[in-house]
Design a protein around this ligand. Structure first.
Ligand SMILES: *Cc1c(COP(=O)(O)O)cnc(C)c1O
Length: 395
């Protein structure tokens, strides 16, 4: 029987016994690897050219033992054959797209995704002769209709930021299979604890490991998981572009991953409790949380996710300045971007993204929108703090 997630988060991918009888995976701080003699080099190169690259490597841009253990753990949690770790989430996504797409190809993606992923499609892929179409999130029909004979990759994110829209992964996987198009899902907000797209037939999954996977706001990393076949060109591209993770961050990531199940369980619990509290509050106009029946994608979320995550977005009954005032009254979370760490972090997207009032309207970004990325603190304390910060608005 396959072990449960919390057990695998601790033990999967770990070598036993470890060097020196250590319980933790050591940080192997080396940029290169040596060989005993020419015969050993020739044997290694022969094994490598036959695809047997898991044994060891010859240079630090290709792999590192600390990073390899983190990759094995991540592959196991996502249910993939293999995982490739990168220096950041953006590095994982851009390297994967660059590896899979050629001039003349078409990339189909949902508009509602991490803004830097859009920037990559518009600012880089376009210059290389790769066209892209962006369709609204969680609109299966629009996605299907935008497919062209040149479409080589479908990219979606679920849940999305900041409105937590849920993409029907079954549908995306079926589209890819029917039309012979590779599918890539950015699953950063869900984590393997809440959603495992590979089990639905998606080809590749990307995460910003900077968020929940690392979980402590102390590292940058990204990962792509999937089958060996789909990851082979991505591995090659990583070797060329060089965006590999460093051994220190791989160690911190491994340390963070051991508590992933516990943390996400708490963040799921905090998510639904805070969403329910906000939905009842008179100073709150609207709550966006896929675990609430009022969310447009509630049914899909119920079907495909195990939990609904720790991010809750909401609009308060106020204007741009009033929303800023609310943010300034709140005491428990840090104010800033990012999500997924043990510390709660809050932001007013309209203040944080460098858009003027006109651009915010065009992007459908409400001035009074707040994104609360919940940490692992106690829900009662989080709610009490929200209550005092909302009180002046309600009255
Ligand atoms: C943060 C984030 C990224 C980018 O990851 P970095 O580790 O910051 O490079 C990509 N996708 C999503 C959904 C994110 O939240």
């Amino acid at each position: 029987m396959k072990q449960h997630h919390s057990t695998r988060a601790v033990h999967a991918g770990e070598q036993r016994p470890k060097p020196f009888g250590a319980v933790t995976t050591p940080i192997v701080q080396t940029s290169t690897y040596s060989f005993a003699d020419t015969d050993e080099i020739l044997d290694f190169m022969h094994a490598k050219s036959n695809g047997n690259v898991d044994v060891r490597d010859e240079y630090g841009r290709y792999s590192n033992p600390t990073q390899t253990v983190a990759e094995r753990k991540l592959a196991d949690l996502d249910g993939g054959e293999k995982a490739l770790l990168f220096a950041s989430g953006m590095c994982a996504i851009t390297t994967t797209m660059a590896a899979l797409l050629s001039s003349g190809d078409h990339l189909l993606m949902a508009f509602d995704c991490y803004h830097r992923t859009r920037d990559f499609a518009i600012g880089f892929l376009a210059r290389w002769g790769i066209t892209s179409t962006m369709v609204p999130a969680a609109d299966p029909q629009a996605l299907e209709q935008a497919i062209t004979p040149q479409t080589r990759l479908i990219f979606v994110e679920t849940p999305t930021n900041p409105y937590l829209r849920i993409q029907d992964i079954d549908h995306v996987a079926a589209l890819g299979k029917q039309r012979g198009i590779t599918t890539l899902v950015d699953c950063t907000f869900a984590t393997p604890m809440n959603l495992r797209p590979l089990e639905f037939g998606i080809d590749l999954v990307a995460h910003s490991a900077t968020k929940y996977l690392g979980g402590h706001n102390d590292l940058l990393a990204g990962v792509v998981t999937g089958s060996r076949e789909f990851l082979e060109p991505v591995l090659d591209a990583r070797g060329v572009m060089g965006g590999i993770n460093n051994p220190h961050d791989a160690y911190l990531l491994l340390r963070g991953l051991k508590t992933l199940a516990l943390r996400v369980q708490r963040q799921n619990e905090n998510g639904i409790k805070v969403a329910q509290f906000l939905e009842e509050h008179p100073a709150v106009k609207r709550v966006y949380y896929p675990g609430l029946p009022s969310h447009p994608d509630y049914e899909i979320a119920q079907r495909q996710m195990e939990g609904h995550g720790g991010v809750v977005s909401f609009e308060i009954d106020s204007d741009f300045a009033g929303t800023g005032g609310f943010i300034d009254r709140i005491r428990l979370p840090y104010i800033g971007p990012t999500l997924g760490g043990v510390e709660s972090i809050i932001e007013q997207p309209a203040a944080l993204y460098s858009l003027d009032a006109e651009e915010r309207r065009a992007a459908g970004l409400s001035d009074s929108l707040v994104r609360y990325a919940l940490g692992i603190e106690d829900a009662e304390d989080i709610i009490a703090d929200l209550d005092q910060a909302l009180a002046p608005i309600a009255n």
